[in-house]
Ligand binder design. Sequence first.
Ligand code: IPD
Ligand code: CA
Ligand code: CA
Ligand code: CA
Length: 273
Amino acid sequence: MARSALLNVMVQAARKATRNIRRDFGEVENLQVSMKGPADFVSAADRRVEQALHQELERVRPGYGFLMEESGAIKGADQSHRWIVDPIDGTTNFIHGIPHFAVSIALERHGELVAGVIYNPIMDELFVAERGGGAFLNDRRLRVTQRRELSDAVVCCGIPHRGRGDHALFRHELARVQAKATGIRRSGSAALDLAYVAAGRYDAYWERGLKPWDIAAGIVLVREAGGTVSDIDSGRDMLQTGNIMATNDALHGELGRELKAAQTASSARQAAG
Ligand code: IPD
Ligand code: CA
Ligand code: CA
Ligand code: CA
């Protein structure tokens, strides 16, 4: 596969920024882990990778804006382009020695997501997609699965943790999906969850309360692999709401109906006190 110049610079940045990540992963006790909020961690590796990505992307595309998890928003002279960056998606996995985390880089042009790169440096799995150009894993073309019913599907989800999210609603959602699906997974990296839907490893995925950097690159991947990705509750912008579901076309309706029924049951339960 001949990669575009844009994807090449994104891939180079991801590889360069993670050059020392295997070493850091093995020496996590030296990584000055601190808490940003309840069960929300950051390490020196997150900051180092983010700084390296910022430097490299600014060098190759000077003036683009940035939205990054650890440093926030940086306005660029070029108002029409913005990088959306998560240096390590799956920090909790990373600091617990679980080799499932990734760098996630997306490019937005005039407010539209046009390219995404998600790189798992431990597995050396590189997921890339550009609008109109397809989605690839290490140069192999990706397609979402063909399964048509939840009863045949492996469904991944995110679980709200201490101090965050609507736990009661999640319990209703899980109960409904669990009753139907073949299996449920929770991986700890939203970016990889979306990449795995694109790769046909998971049939479906949903999670609430995410940030733009968790999902921007993954959205491009799922779309380019022929999948459907949307806000869970409405037609609103997923990057704003942070509530996302991603499936193949056939499963979107069924998963959406289950999640809606869960929402109704949870609200009724709350109203009843
Ligand atoms: C987290 C991961 C996780 C999701 C959390 C995110 P981080 O990102 O994507 O899967 O459930 O909500 O915050 O903090 O590891 O970059
Ligand atoms: Ca984080
Ligand atoms: Ca993240
Ligand atoms: Ca992160």
